[in-house]
Write a protein that binds this ligand. Structure first.
Ligand code: HAM
Length: 423
């Protein structure tokens, strides 16, 4: 096959993640795993590709399903899709494996949505999150929201607002949708063209509008609070009492509906103030009682959240959070002979758990020392013919002017351990 006219590049909305961003992501995910496991959640890894039907349950009127799905027919003729989120896959896994309840799981991984790419909005993006299935207890809602809030704080995010709402149970929601639909019908002439189209498909989504023209209409729309049943009110009251007791600050957001259809009762979203309003949601979640049934399982309550890793990293950087990553190479071997010593010493150091590297192709002392500096190593270990003859290596501290010293070659690992490898 001939080479392409232009070198290949990543597809729109897809990125190569390079160091140090990859290191930040890994650290963030590890921290999240730690916090989730402390709270009794275990890891789950649903596949990236599922039967399209699994994801249709996310909501057939939502943008995620109607416009953004990476769906295709695979070689067996099955309609499949890349996951746009993880909740539906986790609920499908619950139905398939019928684990003991409560089933408390955490996950980390990529999702795919064919959105219009912009800063903070990508076609492939990472989430970390949890789902808890099989418990209908508002204290669980408080636990889940608190875990999300603690995680964002642990990542170092400072300026985050937590918005909380209850969209009522299945019947409340149905009544509310009708009330909003009929209100928007009456005000149809005042709505923008896109909002009119949305009102027909999914009236609640109009409430999320950011267009000034529609905001004026939305300001007087019926409030969910007026359509919630006493049972939903009581549930929500206990959730808020839980957040108060656990010291989690929140704002009530009566118009927060979120972009997926499966939500019932508690919904919440975290907004980072350092990001532009169009994509400042760094995470969100809620209850989805009914989703498991929609996927063919028994009636099962569920609640969870997902945090957007890409946006959290953007927000951290916008907040000016420190972004150094400790170098993993601690020793750089500068071999002025034929390279065999660099080959053997780096291996020996690595086998002892000490990060080590060298310059391939040797080169002058100057070029090897330059490479040593670039590696971030604390120690340079120099070997020339004099050292070989004496059975030693020369250890030089790259962070200070301290005099270098000769160390028996066999004692190098012990010497580096004794000196320490930190900066
Ligand atoms: P979501 O609100 O669609 O919810 O996504 C959660 C977070 O993922 C968003 O707040 C955002 O930070 C990030 N995100 C979403 N789309 C993109 C994108 N195109 N580019 C970058 N980041 C993005 C869910 O996915 C639900 N599954 C959450 C949940 C779990 N509900 C219950 N359990």
């Amino acid at each position: 096959m001939a080479a392409p006219d232009q070198p290949f590049r990543t597809l729109a909305g897809m990125r190569d993640l390079l160091h140090p961003e990859t290191a930040h992501r890994r650290r963030l995910t590890a921290r999240f795993a730690e916090l989730a496991e402390l709270a009794g959640y275990q890891e789950v890894q649903p596949p990236l590709v599922e039967d399209l039907g699994v994801f249709l349950r996310v909501g057939e009127t939502t943008d995620v399903v109607t416009k953004e799905m990476y769906d295709f027919e695979d070689k067996d003729g099955t309609r499949v899709a890349l996951r746009p989120e993880l909740t539906a896959g986790v609920a499908r896994a619950f139905v398939q494996h019928h684990p003991q309840t409560p089933w408390k799981v955490w996950y980390a991984g990529a999702n795919f949505r064919h959105e219009r790419p912009q800063k903070g909005r990508y076609r492939s993006f990472d989430q970390v999150g949890v789902e808890a299935l099989g418990v209908d207890d508002p204290d669980l809602d408080a636990e889940v929201v608190t875990l999300a809030s603690m995680s964002l704080a642990a990542f170092g995010l400072r300026r985050v607002r937590l918005l909380v709402n209850s969209i009522g149970d299945h019947d409340d929601r149905a009544r509310y949708v009708e009330a909003v639909r009929s209100y928007l019908d009456d005000r149809r002439d005042d709505l923008s063209e896109p909002a009119r189209a949305t009102a027909e498909r999914n009236p609640l989504r109009v409430l999320d509008t950011k267009r000034p023209q529609d905001l004026a209409v939305v300001a007087d729309a019926p409030l969910l609070a007026d359509h919630r049943s006493p049972a939903s009110e009581e549930h929500f009251g206990r959730v808020l009492a839980g957040l108060d007791a656990l010291g989690v600050s929140y704002e009530l957001a009566p118009r927060l509906v979120r972009g997926l259809d499966y939500y019932r009762r508690t919904t919440f979203e975290f907004v980072a103030e350092a990001l532009d309003a169009a994509q400042n949601a760094v995470g969100g979640g809620g209850r989805y009682d009914g989703l498991v049934e929609d996927l063919g399982g028994p009636p099962t309550d569920g609640i969870g959240f997902a945090l957007g890793v890409d946006r959290i990293l953007l927000a951290l950087s916008a907040e000016g959070a420190p972004d150094e990553v400790a170098p993993s190479v601690q020793v750089f071997v500068v071999d002025l002979t034929d390279g065999a010593i660099a080959r053997d010493l780096t291996h020996e150091l690595r086998a002892a758990g000490i990060g080590a590297d060298r310059r391939f192709g040797g080169g002058s002392l100057k070029s090897q020392m330059k490479a040593a500096d670039r590696s971030g190593a604390r120690w340079a270990v120099l070997v020339g013919s004099d050292e070989v003859a004496a059975g030693v290596v020369t250890v030089r501290d790259l962070r200070s002017d301290a005099p270098q010293s000769a160390v028996p070659r066999d004692g190098l690992v012990a010497e580096i351990r004794a000196r320490g490898t930190t900066t």
